[in-house]
Design a protein around this ligand. Sequence first.
Ligand code: PBG
Length: 330
Amino acid sequence: MSFPETRPRRLRTTPAMRRMVAEHRLHPADLVLPAFVREGIDEPVPIGSMPGVVQHSVASLRKAAAEAAEAGVSGIMLFGVPVDGKKDAVGSPGTDPDGILQAGLRAVRAEVGDALVVMSDLCLDEVTDHGHCGVLDERGRVDNDATLERYAEMAVVQAEAGAQVLGPSGMMDGQVGHVRRALDAAGHQDVALLAYTAKYASAFYGPFREAVNSSLRGDRKTYQQDAPNAREALRELELDLAEGADLVMVKPGLPYLDILRTVADASPVPVAAYQISGEYAMVEAAAERGWIDRERAIEETLTSFKRAGADLVLTYWATEYAQRLGAAGA
Ligand code: PBG
């Protein structure tokens, strides 16, 4: 059968028809909200390069978490922003039980209980004065194995503050296994690991640097993956699974949809995609100029992750989009 008997347009005639045959759809539970909590502020501080996203105070974070839960979002991923003066070469605020990330975790758990899965970023870049994701050796290079020791300590401190899922995002070799053993040794067998399996060195992290007041000079190319390489994502996946990853993630999202598809096809565990700060900024900026339709662009990008195989999407639009789905009766 071919044209004129076959006409694919028949299934595109009305909104109801298109809805009926949609292969992929989003549900609020597919969404996880990344959120920033900053030490020493009473009012939320807007992030200029991410219109609509703020650095939260602990109080405003609690409200944002409650709102996300109310909208049906399934999780929240916290990033802590300590006051500059507390950052040092080894990232001490990351292992301080009263550090801002830990305070944020406790506040969110107290606010929402188990209504949201509470997750935290497990990395050093938010807490080091040099802004790298690890500790440096005497030549200024990121020292993989010494960094693992810091991640292990941070993991236990975050778990003790109430994190249910930890996201090791520093791309150190062996980080998932090392953190897993440290958690287990401290009695945190139930804390899950969301492995940043394929994480590429990307220009699209730009606005995140502002979001966490990062002082990074240089780049992360000696630890994050290089954009031309696809095959090594599978190698990273094998390693993370062998080390005990409970969930795996691909990041950034849009420029790496091919990687997401590859990982989703090969992964026996749930797969997340992270729609990062620069992807958010790009849509917001173009929409602000009236160059694209904001609502449609958001929906289209989120749908692309589902189509490429993601089970979960981390997005700064999580609450807004979940509310929109709720209003539409999803
Ligand atoms: C590292 C980390 C980064 C992001 C999440 N975790 C920054 C980086 O790797 O440079 C970026 C998230 C975003 O851009 O939205 N702690």
